[in-house]
Design a binder for this molecule. Structure first.
Ligand SMILES: *Cc1c(COP(=O)(O)O)cnc(C)c1O
Length: 340
């Protein structure tokens, strides 16, 4: 293990590691899996990825457990979602077997960057796929590059698990009603940068986007899914423009096991009046609890956590999920892939 890294202080940023793993799709087939020590890529300047946005990605994590074993969380689900994203942009889906082999290889080769148990840090795994073929007319590529890079990231909450405030804004959408929101596409992030920048300038951690069609229902919370606890039920928005978060799916399972009812449905803005907890959820943070939601257009403020402390359900979600991922609690759902 690398002894020079202060694991607990690592940001969610790019820290160079030793190797990345690559595979190219050419002449109608995926080629050999290649290991690279370079952190740059050499592509055609007219590649579809950089002109017409044929770029998709994933994000998952590997953890060093209490028993010393390394676990990757829900690898197959990420592989499947990448395949869905590929189909959405007319790109070549990466078979699960190639995804799995490259993931294991990237983690094993960079073993010294997997943070120690108890540090709160983890190894972030970032698979990405890009269209390589040069095009000037708008058309999908027929050659693709799939890369898995990894980088150690520190604990999301450095000053302790705490609430942040978010805001509702109606003059921007990150995605269209039947657009690319359901896929993990780089372009969705490009569209979210301006509203997110405005929110940050006003002191909010994220924008709670409304559904892009009617602006009536809650959609995504920045680059994360949103859930709330209402009358003891777990509620989370249902919409064609939301990316199916694997963290959210995991929390729905845990909520049911904790005896809660789970509702995936339209949630109106005024329902925010009657919720006891709210949080953004995703791989980076697991849960990022919300203190207050301010509607910038109506001036209305929804105070969720009066004492500014994360609620009991959200706190228990994070505890359970972390315990499963670190081998402290039995993985009854088969969510973890142990790296041998
Ligand atoms: C990646 C992502 C999420 C979170 O998904 P997880 O699988 O839980 O990490 C949520 N929303 C968007 C837009 C995303 O890109």
């Amino acid at each position: 293990m690398d002894t020079t890294i202060d694991w607990g202080k690592l940001p969610f940023g790019y820290y160079p590691t030793d190797y990345n793993v690559r595979c190219e799709f050419r002449n109608g087939q995926w080629g050999p899996i290649e290991v690279s020590q370079s952190d740059t890529i050499n592509i055609h300047m007219a590649a579809t990825a950089i002109h017409y946005g044929q770029e998709i990605f994933e994000g998952l994590k590997a953890f060093r457990g209490k028993d010393g074993k390394i676990r990757i969380f829900r690898l197959e689900d990420n592989a499947r979602r990448l395949q869905e994203s590929a189909k959405g942009l007319l790109m070549e889906p990466v078979p699960t077997e190639i995804f799995r082999e490259m993931c294991l290889k990237a983690v094993k080769l960079n073993e010294r960057f997997i943070p120690p148990y108890g540090s709160g840090a983890s190894l972030y795994i970032r698979p990405l796929e890009i269209g390589l073929s040069p095009r000037i007319g708008v058309k999908e590529a027929d050659e693709y590059l799939f890369i898995i890079m990894v980088t150690p990231v520190g604990p999301y909450f450095k000053g302790g698990f705490k609430c942040t405030d978010i805001c509702i804004m109606r003059n921007f959408d990150r995605v269209a009603p039947l657009g690319t929101g359901r896929w993990k596409v780089g372009g969705n992030y490009a569209a979210s940068m301006m509203p997110t920048h405005i929110a940050h300038e006003k002191g909010y951690s994220a924008v709670l986007f409304l559904d892009p069609k009617e602006k009536k229902y809650l959609d995504e919370c920045g680059p994360a899914n949103f859930y709330a606890i209402k009358d003891g039920k777990y509620i989370t928005p249902k919409s064609d423009s939301i990316l199916p978060s694997i963290t959210n799916m995991s929390l729905m399972t845990l909520a049911q096991e904790m005896g809660m009812e789970v509702e995936q449905r339209h949630i109106t803005v005024d329902e925010l009046e009657s919720i006891s907890e709210a949080a953004a959820c995703g791989t980076a943070a697991v849960c990022s609890p919300v203190g207050e939601i301010d509607d910038l257009d109506t001036g209305k403020k929804y105070i969720i956590a009066k004492d500014r402390k994360p609620g009991p359900v959200t706190t228990e979600f994070v505890r359970r999920l972390e315990a499963i991922r670190h081998g402290e609690e039995e993985d009854t759902h088969g969510w973890c892939t142990i790296v041998e």
